[in-house]
Design a protein around this ligand. Structure first.
Ligand SMILES: [Zn+2]
Length: 340
């Protein structure tokens, strides 16, 4: 199916919230990883979200070019074409973009969508994350309001973040004393300032989650924080103010914690670390077990079939697709595709 349009994306999110499931939002950095997600989602009969980070976008443009919008547009254009061949819908999203990177990442992509719409073409991306979590909440929301007003005109959905996700992603490391749990007061301020704009947004509230993967026990997740935030906002602004929540840094979480978060309104769960490992694992196996094929040992010529990048990238694609299917099942979204 084509990339989900705004109405379809909204219907996807509504259904997830009503039925207490979430969509996996998987980071991709190449054609092959994008294809892996499409394949995994299609095999699980689940719609989903494909996202590109600043680092992933720079990588996709070429390691010497390092042009974030160029890489993001290249991946998005590939997905717009390739998604037509899979019986599911995907939304296209951009991941963490701090305030100092808006001008070099998200805003050029928004301008590209505006340009396309003016020419009668579909949006390039469906949604973008502005990560102002390193700023005081007031400044974070000042920027979010401006973005949301602009996004509204182009049917773009904004994701914002209140509270800091721990750990490290794309070389950005959260400070040790960062605020790892969003408070009900924070979310009242979010709803109080953003809801009157009348545009859809997603909220990444934090409940002890961390980027990257940690050994069991290292992470103290408190999904109940999400319920406290939802209860506060519904109490103040009514049922319709309930948030569409996003779960960042979910790699390595316990299944019961994931399910509890879904019960409290998480509709999008980001996956990067786990799918990175899933992609690389069979490639490592291939290199070790075909040592004398992928290398030219002792004056030999190696084995072209073994070192052809297609051979081992196909293994990565298949394994990453399997990991996406596992995420779909953990997020209770198997078989939920709007495409019938
Ligand atoms: Zn994140």
């Amino acid at each position: 199916m084509p990339v989900a349009d705004y109405q379809t994306y909204c219907t996807m999110l509504d259904r997830a919230r009503a039925n207490r499931f979430a969509y996996p939002a998987i980071n991709v950095t190449s054609l092959t990883t994008a294809n892996a997600v499409l394949r995994g989602l299609a095999e699980a009969k689940c719609d989903g979200i494909i996202q590109v980070s600043t680092g992933g976008a720079a990588f996709a443009s070429g390691t010497t070019v390092k042009d974030m919008p160029l890489g993001a547009i290249s991946i998005a254009e590939h997905i717009h074409r390739a998604a037509e061949r899979y019986p599911i819908y995907v939304a296209l999203h951009t991941d963490h973009c701090q305030a100092d990177k808006l001008d070099s990442f998200v805003l050029p992509l928004v301008a590209e969508t505006e340009r396309r719409r003016a020419a009668g073409l579909p949006n390039l991306f469906s949604s973008h994350l502005f990560d102002g979590s390193a700023l005081p909440l007031r400044e974070n929301l000042d920027i979010a309001i401006k973005l949301l007003e602009r996004f509204k005109k182009s049917d773009l959905i904004l994701e914002i973040e209140a509270g800091v996700v721990g750990g490290e992603e794309d070389g950005v490391r959260a400070e040790a004393n960062a605020k790892l749990y969003t408070t009900p007061e924070d979310t009242l301020e979010v709803a109080g300032r953003l809801n009157s704009i009348g545009a859809r947004y997603l909220l990444a509230a934090t409940f002890g989650n961390v980027h990257g993967v940690y050994k069991p026990g290292a992470v103290k997740l408190r999904p109940a924080v999400l319920k406290e935030c939802q209860d506060a906002v519904i109490g103040r602004f009514g049922q319709s103010a309930q948030f569409d929540l996003v779960f960042h840094g979910g790699s390595g979480s316990e299944l019961h914690e994931i399910h509890e978060a879904l019960d409290y309104g998480v509709v999008k769960m980001n996956l990067d670390t786990d799918t990175q490992y899933a992609f690389t694992r069979p490639i490592a196996g291939h290199m070790f077990s075909h040592y004398d094929g992928v290398l030219k040992v002792d004056g030999e010529v190696g084995d072209k079939k073994a070192y052809d990048p297609r051979t081992w990238m196909a293994l990565g694609e298949a394994a990453m697709a399997e990991r996406v299917k596992r995420a779909v099942s953990e997020l209770r979204s198997e078989g939920t595709s709007l495409f019938k």
